[in-house]
Design a protein around this ligand. Structure first.
Ligand code: ADP
Length: 450
């Protein structure tokens, strides 16, 4: 096992990794930009090292700075968290070239799944059902129009290198195709340096269901059921739960086994998430994330496992600590993402936290790097915390969420907390009756004030 690991991240996910490492008796190194000298992850780690100025490319994304930080501190492995360099194959290769361990899958698996066209081809070959669409990339507008006409509108044009909701454009009709095609390409180019796009049938009433998988890198793999992340704004998840309220045990067992077999087949190592759209009882693969997800705590809650601990174990060459038969679902968990954003427009709202009170009690977990007196810097993501509740069943989890939100105090900046207070009053949310488009429609007529 490692003696010391470095966490190439910040915020709540850096704390999450520090916590797991500490319980395993592993020392931790935090890295930070000059804007984050006072950040909680810096305070909580055993050691910290400044790696650059506020801008991410010069600090959290600076590969030379991170490698140097390992060399200076003697850290043997790097946990990337999510975002930043977590799905950067080049980084993984460089880490290995320096005789360090990357806590995650291989560079090759990241490369394959990071390109959505290759990922789809790979999954299809492994027997995973995919969204109907173009065979590979679509190079010209004429080709795109031909595919649209054949497949029937609406369609979605997606950048193969896209992520975080960027590089996706819907064409409702043939008349929208030219603009959607050009915009998806331009966004792919400007955000990810790759203008290749492909086309999928645009599903009008699906839920977003993702399967958590975990591989030992040696042909062994398990699945940890699904998360339903259908409540989304601008293709970004805001409310996630496990198990999915509409998924039957038979559906779970079937799609779970399909996914576990697929990753076992390619000797996948560590945590991964296989994302699907789910419509009329059918699963359609959209992409695989080769890292820990923001919403992993809901899975941890219902299976009573520590996924970060497991990632570190597998990276150190140890076997997984559970088998498929050990994994049984206990109750229901929900996570809400708290962002420093001002409603109704969701505009980023960094600033100084004057008061902070974390809810507690049975079945409540708050993953956040805030503290009273902390100034949220304007340079990074607006996620300031995740509130996770666990109950014996969905109604209990919902009641617990409402209770916990009532205890939460964040003063000094606006947050998205009022959104969840409002959502919990809605009959569709209470009954689980929604699809991926529901929240956008709801926001049009129910915008809560901050
Ligand atoms: P990203 O990598 O940017 O997160 P994804 O491919 O995971 O992109 O898609 C994100 C979200 O976009 C999905 O959860 C879903 O809401 C929507 N989406 C993606 N593909 C389709 C599709 N074919 N039909 C309808 N919605 C889609």
């Amino acid at each position: 096992m490692f003696d010391k690991i470095l966490i190439a991240n910040r915020g709540e996910i850096a704390l999450r990794v520090i916590r797991a490492a500490r319980e395993m008796g592993i020392a931790t190194v935090a890295v930070h930009s000059t804007a984050d000298s006072d950040a909680m992850h810096v305070r909580m780690a055993d050691e910290s090292i400044c790696i650059g100025p506020p801008s991410s490319p010069q600090s959290y994304l600076s590969i030379p700075a991170l490698i140097a930080a390992c060399e200076v501190t003697g850290a043997q492995a790097i946990h990337p968290g999510y975002g930043f360099l977590s799905e950067n194959a080049k980084f993984v290769q460089i880490v290995q070239d320096h005789d360090l361990t990357f806590i995650g899958p291989t560079a090759e698996h990241i490369r394959v799944m990071g390109d959505k066209i290759t990922a789809k081809d790979t999954m299809k070959a492994l027997g995973v059902p995919c969204v109907p669409g173009s065979e590979g990339g679509v190079a010209t507008l004429a080709e795109a129009q031909k595919i649209g006409a054949e497949m029937g509108y609406p369609v979605i044009i997606k950048a193969t290198a896209g992520g975080g909701g960027k590089g996706m454009k819907v064409a409702e009709t043939a008349a929208d195709m030219e603009k959607a095609f050009q915009t998806a390409r331009a966004e792919g180019k400007s955000n990810f340096g790759n203008d290749e796009v492909y086309i999928e049938k645009y599903l009008t009433t699906p839920r977003h269901i993702e399967i958590q998988v975990f591989g030992d890198g040696k042909g062994g793999a398990v699945h940890l059921g699904e998360r339903d992340c259908s409540l989304q704004r601008r293709h970004q998840k805001v409310f996630e739960e496990a198990p999915g309220p509409t998924i039957t045990p038979e559906q779970r067992a079937h799609i779970g086994k399909t996914c576990a077999d697929a990753v076992a087949n390619i000797n996948y190592a560590g945590a991964g998430t296989i994302e699907f759209l789910f419509e009329n009882g059918e699963f359609f693969f959209i992409e695989m994330n080769t890292r820990l997800q923001v919403e992993h705590p809901v899975t941890e809650a219902i299976f009573n496992v520590d996924l970060v601990r497991e990632q570190i174990r597998v990276a150190a060459g140890l076997p997984m600590s559970f088998t498929q038969d050990d994994l049984t679902i206990d109750g229901h968990a929900i996570e809400v993402r708290l962002n420093a954003e001002k409603l109704p427009n969701f505009s980023p709202c960094p600033g100084k936290i004057t008061q902070f009170h974390v809810p507690g009690g049975l079945g409540v977990r708050m993953d956040s790097a805030l503290y009273a007196g902390y100034s949220i810097p304007p340079h990074y993501d607006s996620l300031i915390g995740k509130l996770i509740v666990h109950g014996r069943d969905r109604p209990e989890a919902l009641a617990r969420l409402e209770r916990a939100l009532g205890e939460l105090i964040i003063e000094g900046v606006d947050s998205t907390t009022p959104l969840f207070h409002a959502l919990l009053q809605d009959p569709d949310v209470l009954s689980g009756n929604y699809n991926i488009h529901w929240l956008e429609h709801w926001l049009e007529s129910n915008l809560p004030e901050g």
